[in-house]
Design a protein around this ligand. Structure first.
Ligand code: SF4
Ligand code: SF4
Length: 263
């Protein structure tokens, strides 16, 4: 079965948060409470075990290339963040119970009945996506609406988005669409636009994302890491270095013992 995913084009997002609400509603996720963060109009702040879509509101004292609206340098950036369903997923590789699997749509899926709440996945996600719920201690995150996909319908967030900022589909056709959209923006003078995490070449640390983004500023501006890496990618190198160090110490100890014996 072909891999499915999301292409989130942040340049058409209007920050309505319909995607957040639709996700909460469909997945019956509990409310996070009403509070004022004091940071812009965003009261969800980040992805959580109970918030599987989060729309970041970024206020910049800078205009977009070609922007004619506004009397002073200012622009809003909105970006609907989600689990990236990484091609190489830190959460999946770190899970000791096999609770996290890659399903038939190549999405990274947590089986709640197998999760024992150890939290290894939480520290292994380079994006800070997956988390444990306070009420049951287990790890939760976006399922890419597995239940809806099984019925042949698109995920709730993509369905609810009024501007098609969130597009759902087969990853390969999403990539084609994303490339076209990028060229269109570049032709219109929005030269700062780029694709984040679309391929393994763009993001070797994760080998590419099944949920990738079109951005117009540095990743950090959207609270995304500039070069995320799955921690287990370097495990082989660490073991090789330790083996080398151990071999070196053995050789040194043998040489010292031999030198001591000759005296
Ligand atoms: S973004 Fe994090 S939680 Fe989502 S698949 Fe990648 S490593 Fe796992
Ligand atoms: S529903 Fe679409 S336009 Fe509204 S906040 Fe989400 S991504 Fe943006």
């Amino acid at each position: 079965m072909a891999a499915t995913g999301f292409f989130t084009d942040t340049t058409v997002c209007i920050g309505c948060k319909a995607c957040e609400v639709a996700c909460k509603q469909w997945n019956q996720l509990p409310a996070d409470g009403n509070f004022f963060s004091g940071r812009s109009y965003d009261n969800t702040v980040h992805l959580e075990a109970t918030s599987w879509r989060h729309v970041a509101f970024v206020e910049r004292e800078k205009k977009l290339s070609g922007q004619i609206s506004g009397t002073r340098p200012f622009s809003w950036l909105f970006m609907s963040d989600v689990c990236k369903h990484c091609r190489r997923a830190g959460c999946l590789e770190a899970c000791p119970t096999g609770a996290i699997v890659r399903n038939e749509f190549e999405s990274v899926y947590v089986q709640p009945d197998v999760c024992n709440g150890c939290g290894y996945c939480v520290v292994a996600c380079p994006f800070g996506v997956i988390n444990r719920r306070d009420d049951d201690g287990r790890a939760w995150k976006c399922t890419l609406c597995y239940d809806r996909q099984k019925e042949g319908i698109e995920p709730a967030c993509a369905k609810a988005c009024p501007t098609d900022s969130i597009l759902f589909g087969e990853v390969e056709s999403l990539k084609e669409h994303a490339r076209k959209r990028l060229s269109e923006l570049h032709a219109r003078g929005v030269t700062e636009a780029y694709l984040y995490g679309m391929t393994a070449d763009d993001q070797p640390g994760t080998e590419g994302l099944n949920a990738f983004f079109l951005l117009v500023d540095r990743p950090e501006v959207y609270n995304l890491p500039p070069s995320p890496g799955v921690p287990t990618k370097t495990t082989g190198i660490s073991w090789a270095s330790m083996a080398l160090a151990a071999a070196g110490m053995t050789v040194a100890a043998l040489a010292a013992a031999r030198a001591g014996g000759k005296r």
